[in-house]
Ligand binder design. Structure first.
Ligand SMILES: O=c1ccn([C@@H]2O[C@H](COP(=O)(O)O)[C@@H](O)[C@H]2O)c(=O)[nH]1
Length: 238
């Protein structure tokens, strides 16, 4: 992988995305294409980013019956993304089907994309989870339960918040990937995120990848913001 700081390219179209990437020059990035961009520009977006030498996390969070997820993943595997995901709430059979689809769609000398599962969205609080999803107990326990289910299904890791990483690694093992959105500067706005952390805290708690969107894409100087977050994440003091 180029980089373990993933920039969330939450833009409406290819034009805006290119405008954002222009100041980064030849820097090889790890970028995330989510629903906003994919639903507008689809597979062409992934091909374009791969042609530029970037690693791509295709964050479509699949959640459907096993056969539908399997066939969708078979198609997505051919796009060349490096990382894809599903919702762990879809269940173990659905996650196993996702892997079967990826294996079936990975052809020639291609490498199967890594596949991870969303545990509890980083915008969810414990109180909200208890009340709205009727999952009682602590949010950390619920995340750990989904992480264990994801591991049992054979996936490569999970999306969680930085605050659950330590327990996941202690319980499942350090090889199990933790990809953590909700990353902010200490003084940055949290927006709609509930479980946030700075890049330095994510490093301290052992996140494998951090996902940063608005703290970079909406900054006055996105390149500067990226470089300062990357330094904090890599433990380089300026
Ligand atoms: O639990 C999750 C899963 C995915 N995301 C995605 O990450 C980025 C975060 O963007 P910010 O602007 O840094 O808040 C966004 O694309 C989400 O869809 C997440 O935040 N939490």
């Amino acid at each position: 992988m180029n980089n373990s700081l993933i920039i969330a390219l939450d833009f409406p179209n290819l034009e805006e995305t290119k405008k954002f990437l222009q100041p980064f020059g030849s820097e090889k990035l790890f970028v995330k294409v989510g629903m906003e961009l994919f639903y507008q520009n689809g597979p062409a977006m992934v091909s374009y980013l791969k042609e530029q030498g970037h690693d791509v996390f295709l964050d479509l969070k699949l959640h459907d019956i096993p056969n539908t997820v399997k066939m969708a993943m078979k198609g997505l595997a051919s796009l060349g993304a490096d990382l894809v995901n599903v919702h762990a709430a879809g269940g173990q059979k659905m996650m196993e089907a996702a892997l079967e689809g990826l294996d079936a769609g990975t052809t020639g000398g291609q490498k199967r994309p890594l596949c991870i599962a969303v545990t509890q969205l980083t915008s969810t609080t414990e109180e909200q989870m208890n009340r709205e999803q009727n999952i009682l107990g602590s949010l950390e326990d619920a995340v750990l339960h989904y992480a264990s289910l994801t591991n049992a299904a054979g996936l490569d890791g999970v999306v969680c918040s930085t605050h659950e990483v330590k327990r996941i690694h202690e319980t499942i093992g350090s090889q199990f990937l933790t990809v953590t959105p909700g990353i902010r500067n200490a003084t940055g706005a949290t927006h709609d995120q509930a479980r946030v952390a700075t890049p330095a805290l994510a490093r301290e708690l052992g996140s494998d990848f951090i996902v940063v969107g608005r703290a970079i894409t909406k900054a006055d100087d996105p390149l500067q913001s990226y470089l300062s977050m990357k330094n904090a994440w890599e433990g380089i003091s300026c």
